[in-house]
Design a protein around this ligand. Structure first.
Ligand SMILES: Cc1ncc(COP(=O)(O)O)c(C=O)c1O
Length: 394
């Protein structure tokens, strides 16, 4: 059965906040999924082994995460139906914030409805202290949207170029500068040189912000993220993240210095004027975080799967940069060949996403991902089928 594709190229959102002047994104389209597990999806009645998405630890189906959701649903219901600063605050939200700050090694943390709105809310608060945002050109669209909407003076630097970021920061040092980058870039799997970006900050009135949606639960000490990976911490560091990827839940968070988090609580309309993450989801995110914090084996499994996947794909002639992440992007010599392989894999029961999305190595490319829940057999099967198809199509 062919994949059912819905072209989303014409959606106005794609024209929105990309920082680059390249054409807007076109995805491979929507797949209608009937059932889902961390490693498989039922599509058109068939069970397909999937190498897509960002549920890196496979926590969305974890028994402790599901149990926390149901228990909280019984006591708090599905929605607070009010913003937190009016009557919609719960102990569960507060406890999750404390847990996140502790795990991410920051003074404080605050929840937002999603990772996207974490960047919007943060930028609204930043505008009270900083005038200039210096942003990696391939940062997530929510970052570009956020700094522009907050009215900051935005300058972009070449992807991963700490040198360019440093020159721009020095030029604007007296105006209050934030350097903004993704920790792990979702489209190409590259990792920001976070230590060098931190060193590029002017001494006074400056902040490094890492959107760590794809580094949280993946890089650093037991998944503490990109800042941990590069050994940076302190009052000039702020982290935004989603709860939907590594933790397998939903929602967003900002972790950083206490005064900045208080600014968000006081000034950010995106935080103050929205209903928070439903309490059962906050409870499940807390349970997911506890699983990660208490049991290092999940992050370890992810890392051994990444190593296995890298070696399998390198046997098929593909190479990936360091440090290793669970995202594998590559292209072959022609679009027709990639499409043929994508469809042949699907016929063999494997989903290897072929996407069009800004920030990757080409306009159309494979973006595969791996989770802690994949088995060695899953990865071997992909490697076998992919290598045979690449040979056949050569
Ligand atoms: C780097 C980055 N930032 C922000 C977001 C938005 O997170 P959420 O889906 O929780 O809104 C995403 C999600 O795709 C992302 O990849």
């Amino acid at each position: 059965m062919p994949l059912s594709l819905v072209d989303s190229a014409s959606h106005p959102d794609f024209a929105a906040a990309s920082l680059r002047s390249t054409p807007p994104a076109r995805t491979m389209g929507r797949i209608s999924i009937e059932a889902f597990s961390p490693t498989h999806a039922t599509i058109g009645g068939r069970e397909i082994l999937t190498f897509g998405g960002c549920g890196y630890l496979g926590l969305s189906h974890h028994p402790r995460v599901r149990a926390a959701l149901i228990e909280s649903l019984d006591t708090l219901g599905l929605s607070t139906s009010a913003s937190r600063e009016t009557t919609g605050n719960t102990l569960t939200h507060e406890a999750l914030e404390l847990d996140l700050a502790s795990f991410l090694n920051t003074e404080s943390a605050i929840l937002t409805p999603e990772g996207y709105t974490a960047n919007l809310a943060l930028a609204q608060a930043l505008a009270w202290r900083y005038r200039v945002a210096i942003v990696d050109e391939r940062s997530h669209r929510s970052v570009g949207h956020a700094v522009a909407a907050a009215g900051l003076d935005v300058h972009t630097f070449e992807h991963l170029s700490a040198g360019q970021a440093a020159s721009l920061a020095a030029r604007h040092a007296d105006r209050g500068v934030v350097i903004y980058t993704d920790g792990v870039f979702a489209a190409d799997g590259s990792v920001a040189p976070a230590d060098k970006l931190y060193a590029a900050l002017p001494e006074r009135n400056s902040l490094l912000i890492i959107d760590d949606c794809h580094g949280f639960c993946v890089l650093g000490d037991n998944g503490r993220g990109t800042a941990s990976q590069f050994g940076i911490a302190g009052p000039r560091l702020c982290i935004t993240t989603t709860l939907a990827k590594g933790l397998g839940c939903y929602g967003g968070a900002i972790a950083g210095p206490g005064d900045l988090i208080r600014d968000i609580q006081t000034h950010a309309g995106v935080y103050r004027g929205t209903t928070p993450v439903p309490p059962p989801i906050a409870a499940s995110a807390r349970a997911a975080l506890a699983v990660v914090a208490q049991d290092g084996s999940l992050v370890q499994s992810l890392r051994s799967n990444i190593a296995h996947m890298r070696s399998i794909l390198s046997a098929a002639g593909l190479r990936f940069p360091e440090p290793a992440v669970p995202i594998f992007t590559f292209m072959l010599d022609s679009t027709e060949r990639m499409e043929a392989i994508h469809h042949a894999l699907f016929e063999r029961g494997i989903l290897a996403p072929l996407i069009e999305y800004p920030g990757g190595p080409a306009s159309r490319y494979f973006r595969l991902s791996i989770t802690a829940a994949h088995t060695a057999e899953h990865i071997d099967r992909l490697g076998r089928e992919l290598a045979a198809l690449i040979r056949m199509a050569a």
